[in-house]
Design a protein around this ligand. Structure first.
Ligand SMILES: *[C@@H]1O[C@H](CO)[C@@H](O)[C@H](O)[C@H]1NC(C)=O
Ligand SMILES: *[C@@H]1O[C@H](CO)[C@@H](O)[C@H](O)[C@H]1NC(C)=O
Length: 191
């Protein structure tokens, strides 16, 4: 093998290596890694609101926190949960986007921290699809993935990073039988 051939093969190898490294770092950047962990604290008795099956932090258990959510695509996969957005409901405080409560008969949602993206989707609509049906719902609140297990979060664990919390109007519009309300694989897209 002549020196010239060797050089061009070596540079081809180098270029391939650089390309591969670049691709891997792009994939890396798209992955959403945990930002930390918090240790569950027991809620003062009666302080964890267990309406709608919301679970309370278990003392000593480690909960993973996230500042990001999976990348948004044309059919972002998410897990739909149920909560109230009304005053006195399980949602607690007024919605972060407008500091208001919302009727559970209106299709409203809260998104995990990463998708909420520092209020960038506030009062915008998303289209939620499941089982061949879809519904347009307004983003009004965040489901905090960065912290939890404290009085501000009703002693509930941090939100997973792929959650769409929906009012009952959303569940109704999707035609989900009442006995299945609470947890469902869905996809969503900005409307
Ligand atoms: C969120 O938005 C506010 C207001 O636009 C800005 O001041 C703040 O730096 C942003 N925070 C992050 C983490 O991007
Ligand atoms: C979202 O949908 C609601 C109800 O249909 C509508 O009133 C509102 O204007 C929409 N928001 C945006 C930003 O398009």
């Amino acid at each position: 093998m002549g020196m010239k051939t060797f050089r061009s093969e070596a540079s081809l190898l180098l270029i391939s290596f650089l390309l591969l490294t670049a691709c891997l770092s792009i994939i890396e950047a798209q992955q959403c890694r945990p930002s930390g962990k918090i240790r569950g604290r027991k809620s003062p008795s009666g302080h964890c609101n267990i309406e709608n099956d919301a679970d309370c932090c278990t003392q000593g258990k480690l909960y993973t926190t996230y500042k990001c959510s999976p990348p948004v695509s044309s059919h972002t996969a998410a897990y739909l949960t149920l909560n109230s957005f009304e005053a006195g409901g399980n949602g607690g405080a007024p919605s972060k986007c407008d500091n208001k409560y919302h009727s559970d008969d209106t299709p409203v949602v809260a998104l995990s921290t990463g998708w909420f993206n520092n209020k960038s989707r506030c009062l915008n609509n998303i289209t939620i699809s499941a089982k061949g049906r879809s519904v347009v719902a307004m983003v009004v609140d965040v489901c905090d993935s960065t912290t939890g297990c404290d009085s501000d979060h009703y002693y509930q664990p941090p939100c997973a990073n792929n959650i769409v919390v929906a009012s009952r109007a959303v569940w109704k519009a999707l035609g989900i039988p009442l006995n299945q309300w609470g947890g469902l694989e869905i996809t969503w897209i900005d409307a």
